[in-house]
Design a protein around this ligand. Structure first.
Ligand SMILES: *Cc1c(COP(=O)(O)O)cnc(C)c1O
Length: 438
């Protein structure tokens, strides 16, 4: 099929994330991806600022990751995990237990981030049931959170961004504390934590767990909040007998400058969700870790087992990619690399701060965010970025990048200068401007 026929068939048959067949969004055909670049079928080469939604750590088409997957495929690409096991899964579990915050000793391998969240929620529910407190079924979470698209995960996403009203008849209703108002470098005052404290104290009898994204609220607004807030949440969970679930699906594996964002606050959750860059972006795999308290509690309960077991659980190919990716990450001075990217992002995005359409510029680790004063019209702004040779996909009023670790100084400059150039007249892309022009 030629280029146009392929795109016509795409529009006819394929859903894309959050897409419509009535008004299909533009999509671009990718032929190859290499290092930090996407090569489109029309010959264009774009520097990728998105790491394919936080996944790609070491760049595309990495020889070491390619080899790891090739070696594994020649042995077996999949076997069932019920009653069978294999070295790639065992090696991965050992590594994850070693590198994650202390006490997280048990690993459940799941197929995607959303499933890892479902597993975490089910662990919390089964834990309290096992302990003879079946009334502890609700979750407490934060506004502006994002935890995935399946039902359990969706029920703890921001009620507005997550469009809860569409599903309200069939979705459990949980508790939402305001998004933390204290920034990353600020202390958390009594006032900052007051609403959260009130909710957890008022509802501790029915609360199973608090679930949150530590330090960085990702898809719900790219907000960075105070480690002090997270420390206080952990203390309140302990004081009120509520489990803490940390969703590090986006923040894990160095993105925030620490291997895991919980380390900024020096806390360990009861349950931890990992995903996205776990395989270096090679394939879908996620993991839910829990501490011995949760594991023992569940296994001593009525069911005697944890009630979950996906068909593709512990997929050997994905585990092999994860092992190779983690080895690449841990064998390099990744902290220095993230810090270099952080310094460059801070310096080169700073000019945006003075633009009329820009509300805020913030950088943490290798995450660079420019918050606009209003929602941007994605299709339009994306075209402007593509004309400058970069792939940047904003959402809402957020223009952001989180490049892979292998990005060069020049490639990163191409991304930051494209952001500065396009946002210098960012008003053109604001929804309010475009909608008022019809
Ligand atoms: C992306 C994401 C998820 C969902 O992961 P999927 O692999 O898309 O199902 C959950 N939580 C957070 C914080 C995420 O960023």
């Amino acid at each position: 099929m030629d280029h146009d026929a392929l795109l016509t068939a795409d529009r006819q048959f394929l859903w894309h994330p959050y897409s419509s067949f009535n008004n299909p969004p533009p999509v671009y055909l990718v032929e190859r991806a290499e290092g930090s670049s996407l090569q489109l079928a029309d010959g264009r080469v774009l520097i990728d600022g998105m790491s394919s939604w936080w996944c790609v750590l070491h760049g595309y088409n990495h020889p070491v990751l390619n080899q790891a997957v090739k070696d594994q495929v020649d042995k077996m690409s999949h076997v069932m995990f019920g009653g069978l096991t294999h070295e790639p899964a065992i090696e991965l579990a050992k590594t994850l237990v070693r590198i994650t915050p202390a006490g997280l000793n048990k690993v459940f391998l799941a197929d995607s981030g959303s499933v890892a969240v479902e597993v975490a929620l089910k662990m919390a529910l089964q834990y309290w049931r096992s302990l003879g407190q079946p009334n502890k079924t609700r979750m407490l979470t934060l506004r502006n959170g994002y935890h995935g698209d399946t039902f359990g995960a969706m029920s703890v996403c921001d009620p507005v961004n997550g469009m809860h009203h569409l599903f309200s008849e069939v979705m459990p209703s949980h508790l939402f504390a305001p998004s933390p108002a204290c920034g990353f470098t600020e202390p958390c005052t009594d006032e900052n934590i007051a609403a959260f404290k009130q909710l957890i104290e008022d509802h501790s009898n029915t609360l199973a767990a608090v679930i949150l994204e530590p330090i960085v609220q990702g898809a719900g607004g790219m907000k960075f909040y105070s480690p002090d807030y997270l420390r206080r949440v952990k203390a309140l969970c302990q004081a009120n007998d509520v489990l803490l679930i940390a969703d590090e699906i986006a923040t894990g594996f160095g993105r925030t400058g620490k291997l895991f964002a919980c380390e900024h606050a020096n806390i360990s959750p009861d349950i931890l969700c990992l995903g996205k860059s776990l395989t270096g972006g090679y394939m879908t795999l996620a993991a839910t870790l829990c501490n011995d308290k949760v594991a023992t509690g569940i296994c001593n309960g009525e069911a005697g087992v944890f009630m979950h077991g996906p068909t593709f659980m512990g997929n050997p190919l994905a585990c092999a990619a994860a092992n190779a990716s983690l080895k690449l990450l841990l064998e390099q001075d990744w902290q220095a690399r993230v810090s270099e990217i952080e310094q460059q992002l801070k310096k080169e995005l700073a000019p945006c701060q003075s633009y009329a359409s820009v509300a805020d510029v913030r950088v943490l680790g290798n995450i660079g965010v420019v918050e606009m004063t209003d929602t941007v019209v994605m299709a339009e702004i994306q075209k402007a970025f593509m004309a400058l040779g970069v792939w940047i996909r904003p959402f809402g009023n957020i223009v952001y990048i989180m490049p892979p670790l292998i990005i060069t100084e020049l490639e990163l400059r191409k991304l930051t200068s494209a952001i500065c150039r396009v946002l210098a007249d960012g008003e053109k892309y604001l929804g309010s401007a475009l909608f008022s022009n019809g």
